[in-house]
Design a protein around this ligand. Structure first.
Ligand code: DIR
Ligand code: MN
Ligand code: MN
Ligand code: MN
Length: 306
């Protein structure tokens, strides 16, 4: 039962600075101690860094900080591969969501060495399905899912050694989708539970169906947790708040259910911008959600038999 924590203070994928402080904020909120108390052996691998980069232009003029973001993706891919090879459950703390382009590409390589498929539970207000051609904001945190599923027009990103089958994604919390992303969802057949669907069915039915799918396939399961998945009323410290997000109860239920399944093999916690926070409340909430994923329960209870 070993966990590793790797910080990645990348903020070039976002529209405003602040995610650089995310890893420090989560450590100060006690992430490592909380997991230790739950019985995990915690290895804090410190923070990753990249060397200074010369600017790289792109034909899409909206794109900014391409060279730095590319360098982060390259460094993160190798670091995620190594962490997954050496530790039971790596946790990647960001940093903006461009981080996932690196962690998922490294984890896909790792899954290949295990001869197991990689599944991804994507918790986010956004599907992050832009290509370098379709992004109009130029914020590269809007692109990781398109990149790791092998969509075209990513020549400026590191070459992808192993892609992830779009059918192995389950997205929840989605409520802000750009037109190009909407088309892409239909085209590649992603499983997306938008907030309307969650209002109708609750989180548990679609989540259990997905976890059953992971179990039957003997898959690895990565959870990518974007802070803006949560309702801004409980998690204000993120640059791209969208009203109508997951409640405290829905988020904990998802974390506990995924934890009970014992299927999760890695986790991203991304987009925390402590500069926008109120006395660290979002960082503390994220630590409590991680605790639920890693076994904290109010009472001992019979878990669902799988
Ligand atoms: C928007 C926002 N779709 C963009 N994306 C965000 O800029 O491409 N993803 N915030 O998490
Ligand atoms: Mn995101
Ligand atoms: Mn988002
Ligand atoms: Mn291009």
């Amino acid at each position: 039962r070993t966990v590793s924590i790797l910080g990645a203070p990348i903020q070039t994928g976002a529209s405003q600075p602040g995610c650089i402080m995310g890893p420090a904020s989560l450590r100060i909120a006690g992430l490592g101690d909380i997991l230790t108390e739950l019985g995990w052996e915690v290895n804090d691998l410190g923070d990753l860094s990249i060397p200074a980069q010369d600017p790289v232009p792109h034909k899409n003029p909206a794109i900014h900080d391409l060279a730095e973001t590319r360098a982060w993706i390259e460094a993160l891919s190798d670091a995620a591969f190594d962490a997954a090879q050496k530790h039971d459950r790596p946790i990647f703390i960001g940093g903006d969501h461009a981080l996932a382009a690196g962690t998922l590409s490294g984890l896909a390589r790792h899954a290949k060495t295990q001869d197991r498929p990689l599944f991804v539970l994507w918790l986010d207000a956004h599907p992050d399905l832009h290509t370098l051609e379709t992004t109009t904001s130029g914020n590269l945190h809007g692109t990781p899912v398109a990149y790791v599923t092998g969509q075209p027009d990513f020549e400026a990103f590191p070459p992808l050694e192993a892609s992830i089958d779009p059918k192995n994604f389950c997205m929840m919390g989605i409520r802000s989708v750009d037109p190009a992303e909407r088309e892409r969802i239909k085209q590649i057949g992603l499983e997306v539970h938008d907030m309307r669907a969650i209002d109708e069915t609750g989180v548990l039915a679609p989540l259990r169906a997905f976890l059953d799918r992971v179990r039957k396939a003997n898959g690895l399961l990565h959870v990518s947790f974007d802070v803006d998945f949560l309702d801004p009323g409980i998690a204000p410290a993120v640059g791209t708040t969208v009203p109508g997000g997951a409640t405290f109860r829905e988020a904990h239920l998802i974390m506990e259910e995924v934890g009970d399944s014992d299927l999760v093999t890695s986790l991203d916690i991304v987009e925390l911008n402590p500069f926008l926070d109120e006395r660290g409340r979002t960082a503390k909430l994220l630590c409590d959600l991680a605790a639920s994923l890693f076994g904290r329960r109010v009472l001992d209870r019979m878990t669902r038999s799988f």
